[in-house]
Design a protein. Structure first.
Length: 387
């Protein structure tokens, strides 16, 4: 049994931004590779001794690759808006209009969005059965270089290795001299690499394996926010895949409703995605509060604090303080998802990402990560909406 979460009045100690920024790079603990499906729910964080234990959950399927979390193998980014095609109309370029509309809400430069869109459009022509989406390329671009803002000039904005570029970077239609630093060229090459081997990125297994293979061949590089010195290769690769999945899911959701980009729910979700890979720390309130990481409710509270919404400190009090989401409705982006017995004890909380996924700090010995939010036999208690 892990120790209980701190009482709501256990206020974090003030600390400087510099100290928090230094701690943010820590990626020292494993993600969910090799665990039973959602098995962390069996561990209670603050249950009183008289509380009944949760129902055990089924084990993961045998034969799941040890390098990736089996709970996510059925998850791929949902379908996003399709890039606008066609020639200029009335002096306007439809693709430019599409990119200009989404650039601000997604916080992706318009030229990067156009590059990702061109990658999708070209792969539709070359390998239509791959079902590559621009949001996957955008997820890769975010994880590697923050959409070109921190790109390694030797590997370009999508982190292509020299071998990947040599194999996939030639013959880009409309570009006389493709270059790894050019977003259009790099997006097409990255799309070809992701679609290599006849994979289908339209489903969870195919998507997960394609991104794993891409990272394996790309190797190291300038991965935004990662700390290769403190994380082994497997953890680094797993963290990369989780970052790609999380940002791709967010981009897909916002592309369908960009007006929501400034809401507290989206701001909280962006914060939570930024903590992926930090260690679980009991009572932890995060790097800005002087802790290396978070516990479950510390993460959700900090996420909503960043969005200007105050939450109580523990999972149970957050359950009581949020508006219930009807049980027959799927949670929405930014909703909190709770586990336990509401009448006795809520012992765990995560932040819903969409498409059946949540961001959470699971338990001691694990990192902040994306997880399937609800599986048959778990003790899911429902969702709450903070704002």
């Amino acid at each position: 049994m892990t120790p209980p979460e701190p009482a709501p009045d256990a206020a974090p100690k003030p600390t400087s931004w510099a100290r928090g920024a230094a701690l943010r790079g820590l990626v020292a603990l494993p993600l969910v590779a090799g665990l039973a499906t959602a098995g962390w729910l069996v561990t209670r964080e603050d249950a009183p001794a008289a509380a009944p234990p949760p129902v055990p959950v089924p084990a993961a399927k045998t034969g799941a690759p040890a390098s990736g979390p089996s709970v996510l193998e059925v998850s791929a980014p949902v379908k996003a808006t399709e890039p606008s095609q066609g020639g200029a109309s009335g002096g306007r370029n439809p693709l430019q209009d599409w990119a200009d509309k989404l650039a601000g809400p997604l916080d992706i430069p318009a030229n990067a969005l156009i590059g990702y869109a061109n990658g999708e459009l070209q792969l539709r022509s070359e390998q239509p059965g791959c079902h590559l989406s621009w949001v996957t390329l955008a997820g890769v671009g975010s994880a590697h270089s923050n959409h070109g803002r921190t790109a390694d000039p030797r590997r370009g904005p999508l982190g292509l290795s020299p071998a990947q570029w040599a194999k996939y970077g030639g013959g880009v239609p409309g570009i006389a001299k493709p270059a790894v630093t050019d977003l259009d060229s790099a997006s097409v090459a990255a799309g070809r690499a992701l679609c290599s081997g006849g994979g289908d990125l339209g489903g969870g297994n195919g998507w997960w394996k394609a991104v794993a293979n891409y990272k394996s061949l790309a190797g190291g590089g300038n991965d935004t926010g990662s700390d290769a010195a403190s994380a082994g290769k497997s953890t680094s690769a797993e963290l990369f895949r989780q970052r790609v999945l999380g940002t791709a899911q967010l981009y897909a959701t916002l592309s369908l409703d960009p007006a929501k980009s400034g809401t507290p729910a989206v701001r909280a979700t962006r914060f939570a995605l930024g903590q992926l890979g930090l260690p679980y720390v009991w009572g932890g309130n995060g790097p800005e509060a002087g802790s290396a990481g978070f516990d479950c409710s510390g993460l959700t509270k900090a996420a909503y604090d960043s969005a200007g919404v105050a939450l109580p400190r523990t999972a149970h009090t957050q359950y009581l303080a949020t508006q219930r989401v009807p049980g027959d409705q799927e949670p929405k982006l930014g909703d909190l998802v709770f586990y336990g017995n509401p009448a006795v004890d809520i012992h765990h909380v995560g932040l819903y990402l969409g498409n059946g996924l949540m961001i959470n700090a699971p338990t001691e010995g694990q990192a902040v990560q994306i997880h399937t939010y609800h599986t048959r036999g778990d003790d899911y208690a429902g969702a709450g909406r903070p704002a």
